[in-house]
Design a protein around this ligand. Structure first.
Ligand code: GTP
Ligand code: MG
Length: 318
């Protein structure tokens, strides 16, 4: 049996997909304490978030992006975030396209997150490990609803928001939800009617948006035929150049690492509190519930004091 450290060492040294998968599984199983000094290295990958509503063609587009990036000699890892909904059980969408592994220089992994959570700490750590392994591009597919979206803009260097051809009303709705986060907008399914109209509307909307002086492109693609995909890769590359020229690349790196610090700390606090409430240690009398806010403050102080004692004792909470 290889030790966790052995597995990660082999993943980094050989870049063998089996070892990469096993190394990521260690993180997924929460065993990152043992390998934490092997996960991080200076940034070299271009981390690209591909986000958008279900069914707009993100996975199909990622397949097309892999082909184009491989043509350009780049290695590519894909991390697909799959919010497992307890209601639909993930079976809601019948026509899901799978991302393919094309050759040895590509890697694909999907991870499930609880639907109410943003990108998890585990996802952040997997991204870091894929960077250390040395992929040129790390593409992250995330569904475009709610919190996950916000998560992606904390970890990605470049956020690509994918939409499909829409009617005017839908475009107004879009404006509210996802217009804040994209560095690049893609109107996929350009073979369908309304694609040009949608692109025009989007251009009008993003024309007013200023992202540190970056001119936000709106690109039409047909992910099935590959039309427009080279142009998208060009835009992704230009965005990286822009980040580097403006010293924003290191700012994004810092934001990503800070997200890990914050996630770790909040996870640990959440777990401690959860443990506290589910144990018999918390004593709340009926009389305390006359003012539950006072009681909450008292409990909070107790929990924080417990955490302080635990961390002074050197214990870690994952
Ligand atoms: N006509 C047309 N259909 C497309 C295009 N791109 C993707 N599709 C189809 O759209 C459907 C959904 O594609 P996916 O790639 O699974 O979409 P997704 O955004 O990854 O979906 P989820 O992962 O479920 O959120 C599939 O039937 C694809 O074949 C396109 O450019 N044109
Ligand atoms: Mg998909």
């Amino acid at each position: 049996m290889e030790s966790p450290r052995e597995i990660v060492r082999k993943a980094v040294e050989t870049k063998d997909r089996l070892y990469i998968a096993r190394a990521l599984s260690l993180i997924e199983e929460g065993m990152y304490g043992e390998i934490s000094d092997m996960i991080f290295s200076s940034p070299r990958a271009h981390i690209v978030g591909i986000t958008g509503s279900p069914g707009v063609g993100k996975s199909t587009l990622i397949n097309a992006l892999i082909s184009e990036l491989r043509k350009r000699g780049k290695s590519v890892a894909v991390l697909a975030i799959d919010p497992s909904s307890p209601i639909s059980g993930g079976a809601l969408l019948g026509n899901r396209v799978r991302v393919r592994n094309l050759d040895e220089a590509t890697f694909y992994r999907s991870i499930s997150t609880p639907p109410e959570r943003s990108l998890s700490l585990k996802a952040y750590l997997m991204i870091e490990l894929l960077n250390t392994i040395g992929f040129d591009y790390i593409l992250i597919e995330t569904p475009g609803a709610g919190q996950v979206n916000v998560g992606i803009s904390r970890v990605a260097d470049t956020v690509v928001v994918v939409v499909q051809p829409l009617t005017g009303d839908d475009i107004q709705m879009l404006k509210a939800g996802i217009m804040e986060i994209g560095d690049i907008y893609v109107v996929n399914k350009s073979d369908l009617p309304q694609a040009e109209l949608t692109a025009m509307h989007l251009r009008t909307i993003v024309g007013d948006t200023n992202r540190d002086g970056w001119h936000i492109p709106v690109i039409k693609t047909n992910a099935i035929s590959g039309k427009g995909v080279a142009e998208l890769v060009n835009a992704i590359e230009q965005h990286m150049l822009f980040l580097k020229n403006r010293n924003l690349y290191t700012a994004r790196f810092r934001r990503r690492r800070m997200a890990i610090v914050e996630e770790y700390v909040s996870n640990a606090i959440y777990k401690t509190i959860h443990r506290y409430f589910s144990s018999a240690r918390i004593r709340v009398e009926d009389t305390d519930l006359g003012n539950p806010l006072h009681t909450a403050m008292r409990v909070l102080h107790e929990v924080l004091a417990t955490m302080c004692r635990a961390s002074e004792g050197g214990s870690t909470a994952h």
